[in-house]
Design a protein around this ligand. Structure first.
Ligand code: ZN
Ligand code: ZN
Length: 416
């Protein structure tokens, strides 16, 4: 048997237009509707009713883990997803290039995203990595650039703590904040970690500001990428590998580093589909093709698409609806065509609701569908929030991957 899990980030919505429909309900989705009519649908609270999920905690929960037990911050998943090898004890941060101007005792953040820099990031990262932390003896670090201004940073050394605050003021025109020990965890180890991070970001300005890449950016009237903002300090959590839990092997296909990182932490392998961007311009047909190829070799595939959430954060109902239609036509269509439906179960859902008006995640449950030979078909014939509330699965919390695997008889028995 084979299994496919598709998560469209931020898929769920609230009514957006005069017709009172959500983006998913308004979108023309003949293929998802067909799958809903062949399968069973319902509503899933990604974590639990009333909990507003982050994408990271929601994914952990949907993959069958208890985020309250295992979640230790986002930075580690970003580091893993970018391809860094994270070791126990390393402190991982989500990091990005920013534009700052110095003032008398610090730096003012002019642009948190350094003009969404799109070239030269790897040269800048190289210059940054040549820094040695003179005051923080024995502490090493590694910065990796990913897409645009984004990247990840890893701090390595004896006696480091994940209990340090962020330096990101989260608003342009404000001062970069000094890293500090988290209140209640302000021991010597956390102080040492905060000192190393403060040393690192102050050197980052020295090394980056006059770098040739930034000189060129300034000549072109662009914001220099002359500073590092870091947040989400975390260590490697222990997650029981999926192969240990269910005895099956699978892969993740995702444009966003965070999602690859979470899946890698669960023991999946990473497959890169050509043309994936983690945005609205991603190549969905390429993703479908890569899923079908991976299924020949592996037991299951987890496919993530991010564009739905990006459009919703940008308050763009049209873009979200259009992207859902693209998912239906360019991703779900080809999969329906070529999957061996006699021996495959597929689940399609979102990791949370991201309403257009609010522009951030909310706690409403998200529609989910399961289809395949062992599924007890219900009477619904369309895929959407309200249709799902009438589906045979009713409403439940998290654990989509174990539910999918159960149809393939892969799950261990609890008790005798
Ligand atoms: Zn999400
Ligand atoms: Zn989001």
């Amino acid at each position: 048997m084979k299994a496919v899990l598709i998560i469209a980030d931020g898929l769920g919505g609230r009514p957006t237009d005069v017709s009172g429909k959500t983006c998913l309900e308004a979108a023309q989705t003949p293929n998802l509707d067909e799958l809903a009519s062949r399968g069973v649908i319902g509503l899933v609270d990604p974590i639990a009713p009333g909990i507003r999920p982050g994408s990271d905690t929601a994914h952990l929960s949907l993959l069958g883990y208890d985020p309250y037990q295992v979640y230790a911050g986002r930075g580690v998943f970003e580091c893993l997803g970018i391809g860094m090898s994270v070791q126990p004890g390393d402190i991982c941060f989500r990091a990005n290039f920013a534009t700052v101007t110095p003032d008398e005792d610090g730096f003012i953040v002019e642009d948190r995203r350094a003009g969404r820099i799109s070239s030269g990031q790897h040269e800048l990262a190289e210059a940054l990595n040549a820094i040695s932390l003179e005051k923080s003896v024995g502490v090493e670090f590694d910065f990796r650039a990913s897409t645009q201004h984004r990247g990840a940073l890893l701090l390595r050394g004896k006696q480091l703590s994940p209990f340090v605050t962020d330096n990101d003021p989260h608003e342009s025109g404000k001062k970069a904040i000094a890293f500090q020990p988290v209140v209640g965890h302000d021991d010597e180890v956390a102080c040492r970690t905060a000192t190393a991070m403060n040393e690192l970001v102050s050197y980052s300005y020295e090394v980056l500001h006059d770098h040739p890449v930034n000189q060129q950016r300034q000549r072109a009237g662009e914001h220099p990428a002359n500073y590092i903002l870091a947040r989400g300090a975390s260590i490697l959590p222990y997650l029981d590998p999926i192969e240990t839990l269910y005895g099956v092997r699978g892969a993740v296909i995702a444009g966003g580093a965070l999602y690859r990182g979470i899946a890698l932490a669960c023991g999946m392998e990473r497959i890169d589909a050509p043309g994936t961007t983690g945005g609205l311009d991603t190549d969905l047909a390429s993703k479908a093709k890569t899923v079908l190829e991976a299924l020949r070799r592996l037991d299951y595939v987890f496919l993530h698409v991010k564009g739905t959430d990006n459009a919703a954060h940008d308050h763009d109902a049209k873009a979200k609806t259009a992207f859902i239609e693209r998912i239906d036509a360019e991703l779900v269509g080809p999969l329906m065509e070529d999957i061996d439906w006699e021996r495959t179960h597929l689940a399609f859902t979102g990791d949370h609701t991201t309403p257009i008006d609010y522009g951030d995640h909310t706690a409403e449950p998200v529609p989910v569908l399961f289809v395949g030979p062992n599924v007890r078909q219900d009477s619904t014939i369309a895929f959407g929030e309200r249709e799902a509330s009438r589906g045979g699965l009713c409403r439940f919390s998290g654990r989509i991957l174990p539910m999918l695997f159960n149809y393939n008889n892969w799950n261990p028995k609890f008790g005798s």
